[in-house]
Design a protein around this ligand. Structure first.
Ligand SMILES: CC/C=C\C/C=C\C/C=C\C/C=C\C/C=C\C/C=C\CC/C=C/C(=O)SCCNC(=O)CCNC(=O)[C@H](O)C(C)(C)COP(=O)(O)OP(=O)(O)OC[C@H]1O[C@@H](n2cnc3c(N)ncnc32)[C@H](O)[C@@H]1OP(=O)(O)O
Ligand SMILES: Cc1cc2nc3c(=O)[nH]c(=O)nc-3n(C[C@H](O)[C@H](O)[C@H](O)COP(=O)(O)OP(=O)(O)OC[C@H]3O[C@@H](n4cnc5c(N)ncnc54)[C@H](O)[C@@H]3O)c2cc1C
Length: 670
């Protein structure tokens, strides 16, 4: 339960809670990974919520950018220190604590923690780790991940920053040779960090060896002044992320010792000779880590949005259904259910996918740590597409939640704009989504070639070899098995179609690259279908294989079916194009969709309650546990800074002169 302690609850919400057919607490334990995990989560959340150091002096939305930056810096440094004092290292623990302390307040040390430190740990030599990690972990040095440039973000091989080895002095000389080569966007680069990991084209003995990673001091450690040869600053206000000083950086003949190249894999020896890594893409590993983390991250953003929109929809009444009768809860409108219930299922599906992909990441990472890099390509094939699919689905879902709250959804009081502006960059950073879909497409095309050669594929791509002549097994009950089969069929057919398109174009005389480029939209569609299948499969496996009690499992099975059926109806053309499904089966799934909306209706509030987000995390007048929405909106309006005075000075400046034109005597008559 999300309200800690007794509260008086709005009658409609209270009724929703008593009508639930399953035990909310059991589902919360399932989400968290057990009773002890829920207890631990709540302990950490309460710690943050009750800590006066983590209170904002005023609402986030009314702070200036400088206030947002300073507040976030203070709070995030404080939280990092507290986590260290408490000896907390588990990622989930950290997430629960920080979410409760500064939800959707972009951290000005976030890239330091999530990218700078992992890159140092994974790509630094033992000496580099010994030397820099203790300082970086204590935040004595704070760094960012400086890869993107003004002219290039996606095309990493096209980055222009150079690091030229000077064997005489055993130093690298770093330069930004063009306007477009300045680093642009890295988090906290503008004003916060004193170090960065910079990605640059390595030149040694007159030859370019491509992108490599270097540890670069940016600011004096005592005065924080930028160092000679370095020009850097903040890039200015953005769509959101006000508390983050995303920055720019220009390098002019900056010298760093040879030892500052991260040399666990690739190396430059003292004489300038180059030792290549076992896999050139190992330096892309931090991006893979974050792409995996994003899956969980965006599912939580969507889950919070669903809590807000569903609770509000239970409280909000609008329009008499029959003349003179009571106004209906908007949650009773089928169209509102169609907006929101598939999103509840999406939040669950993607959350569970996040857990699965993180488990896979950890397995591959353990192998990498032992020197086996064989699986990094496969992990990239999985994580790139999933990052794109999940961030797109969740961010679109957050916007639907906002729209589902009508006018009040547009107010910062709803909490939804704060979530949205913080979530939406997940579609762009760590690889723009279309670009990442195409990376997974590249992997799928390779897999398809193997299928054509009669190879049996392992794991998450094994379905690509399925017999496409099989017809859908969907019957009136619309079983999970029949849904999964349909998703596999759809993806396998679309992957094959894209591959055939490329092969056909090549046969027509186009080069491989031209044929690829002429097929990219089809490839993106095929990859979306592939990722969709992966999520359906993971959701299904997690629910059918769970030890949930019967009642909860029944509701979750309905939700899982809803995820599958809704996705099917939204993409019907894909499923019927080759006659896999017939008209009667289309009719069956469409009716099933409406049936499932009605089946889930009594449990809608309980399902979002199970996400177990305290009011302080949601920070929303609409999503309050007690449903006292209108009083909260009134209080929120009264607290608007424009209401500090009854008559504002602007009245005298701009409005009074308008009245003066008509003469006070004529106004007095009104
Ligand atoms: C409960 C807790 C659960 C989970 C917690 C988990 C983790 C916690 C940690 C993290 C925190 C969690 C969440 C994160 C939240 C917020 C985010 C925080 C900060 C975000 C700040 C933003 C930072 C950035 O944006 S950094 C910059 C990112 N930039 C990009 O992503 C650029 C995108 N471009 C590329 O990656 C590449 O250039 C490319 C487009 C992929 C490839 O282009 P191209 O074809 O030109 O390139 P190549 O020829 O060089 O490569 C093709 C070849 O390489 C293989 N490849 C590519 N990438 C990889 C890889 N990463 N790994 C392995 N292999 C790779 C590719 O498959 C090709 O191989 P083949 O030739 O064999 O086909
Ligand atoms: C909030 C935020 C924080 C960030 N933090 C960091 C950071 O800490 N460190 C860092 O290094 N970077 C950071 N970035 C930069 C980010 O990683 C890049 O913006 C991102 O990788 C996208 O690259 P781009 O801007 O070059 O987009 P572009 O590649 O210019 O994309 C523009 C359009 O072109 C299309 N496109 C581009 N290439 C292709 C292609 N090959 N095929 C098909 N379509 C294509 C895209 O799909 C997109 O529609 C951040 C960005 C944001 C918004």
């Amino acid at each position: 339960m999300a309200a800690r302690g007794r509260v008086t609850v709005n009658a409609d919400l209270a009724k929703e809670r008593t009508s639930a057919t399953f035990d909310v607490e059991n589902l919360t334990h399932f989400i968290d990974g057990g009773v002890a995990a829920t207890k631990r989560k709540r302990y950490l959340q309460d710690l943050a919520i009750n800590d006066p150091e983590l209170k904002n002096s005023k609402p986030w939305a009314v702070m200036t950018r400088k206030e947002q930056y300073e507040t976030a810096l203070r709070k995030h440094i404080y939280m990092a220190k507290r986590l260290e004092e408490m000896g907390i290292t588990d990622e989930r623990d950290k997430l629960n604590y920080k979410e409760a302390g500064a939800n959707h307040e972009s951290s000005p040390i976030g890239v330091h923690l999530s990218m700078f430190l992992p890159t140092l740990r994974k790509q630094g030599t033992e000496d580099q780790r010994k030397r820099y990690l203790p300082l970086a972990e204590k935040l004595a040095i704070i760094g960012t991940y400086a890869q993107t440039e003004l002219g290039h973000g996606t095309f990493v091989r096209g980055l222009e920053t150079t690091a030229t080895y000077d064997a005489k002095t055993r130093e690298f000389v770093l330069n930004s040779p063009t306007l477009t080569s300045m680093k642009y966007w890295p988090g906290h680069l503008g004003k916060t960090v004193n170090f960065c990991i910079v990605m640059a084209q390595l030149y040694t003995n007159g030859k370019c060896y491509g992108m490599h990673t270097f540890l670069l001091p940016l600011r004096d450690l005592s005065t924080h002044q930028s160092l000679p040869g370095i020009e850097l600053g903040d890039i200015g206000p953005k769509f959101g992320y006000g508390s983050n000083d995303n920055g720019y950086l220009i390098l002019n003949n900056v010298r760093i010792p040879r030892e500052n190249m991260l040399m666990r894999y690739a190396q430059v020896l003292e004489d300038g000779s180059y030792v290549k890594p076992a896999n050139a893409k190992i330096s892309y590993g931090t991006m893979t880590l974050i792409r995996v983390g994003i899956v969980t991250n965006v599912s939580r953003c969507l889950a919070q949005s669903c809590v807000i929109a569903v609770r509000y929809s239970a409280v909000r009444r609008q329009t008499e259904v029959s003349p003179g009768g009571p106004e209906a809860q908007i949650l009773d409108y089928q169209t509102q259910q169609h907006k929101l219930f598939p999103l509840i299922s999406t939040a669950f599906a993607i959350y569970l996918t996040g857990i699965e992909v993180y488990r896979i990441y950890n397995g591959v990472n353990n192998n990498v740590e032992q020197g086996n890099l064989d699986q990094i390509g496969e992990l990239h094939g999985l994580s790139a597409g999933l990052k794109a699919f999940t961030s797109s689905s969740c961010c679109l879902g957050i916007e639907v939640c906002r729209l589902a709250c009508g006018g009040h959804g547009y107010s910062q009081a709803s909490g939804l704009p704060k979530i949205y502006v913080n979530a939406i960059p997940n579609c762009t950073y760590e690889g723009e989504n279309t670009v990442l879909y195409l990376q997974t497409a590249r992997y799928l095309m390779k897999c398809f070639t193997k299928v054509q050669m009669g190879e049996k594929l392992p794991g998450f791509v094994s379905y690509l070899g399925t017999d496409l002549s099989i017809k859908s097994t969907i019957k009136s009950d619309v079983s999970l098995e029949s849904l999964l089969l349909a998703y596999e069929h759809r993806a396998a057919r679309m992957v094959k179609a894209a591959a055939m398109n490329i092969q056909g174009l090549v046969q027509e005389g186009f080069t491989q690259q031209e044929a690829w480029n002429k097929s990219t939209q089809q490839l993106v569609w095929a990859t979306m279908a592939h990722c969709h299948t992966y999520v359906v499969k993971t959701f299904t496996a997690r629910i059918t294989g769970s030890n949930l009690d019967d009642q909860t499992k029944k509701v979750m099975t309905a939700l899982c079916k809803l995820y599958g059926v809704h996705g099917m109806v939204e993409n019907l053309g894909d499923f019927i194009q080759d006659g896999f499904m017939n008209a009667s089966q289309v009719d069956t799934v469409t009716r099933k969709l409406m049936y499932l909306l009605a089946e889930i209706r009594p449990n809608a509030v309980a399902l979002v309650d199970a996400f177990d987000y305290p009011d302080q995390v949601l920070d929303s007048c609409l999503g309050r546990y007690d449903g006292d929405v209108y009083k909260a909106l009134y209080e929120y309006a009264k607290a608007s800074p424009l209401n500090n005075k009854d008559v504002l000075d602007s009245f005298n400046t701009y409005l009074r002169p308008l009245q003066g034109n008509t003469g006070t005597s004529s106004l007095a008559k009104l």
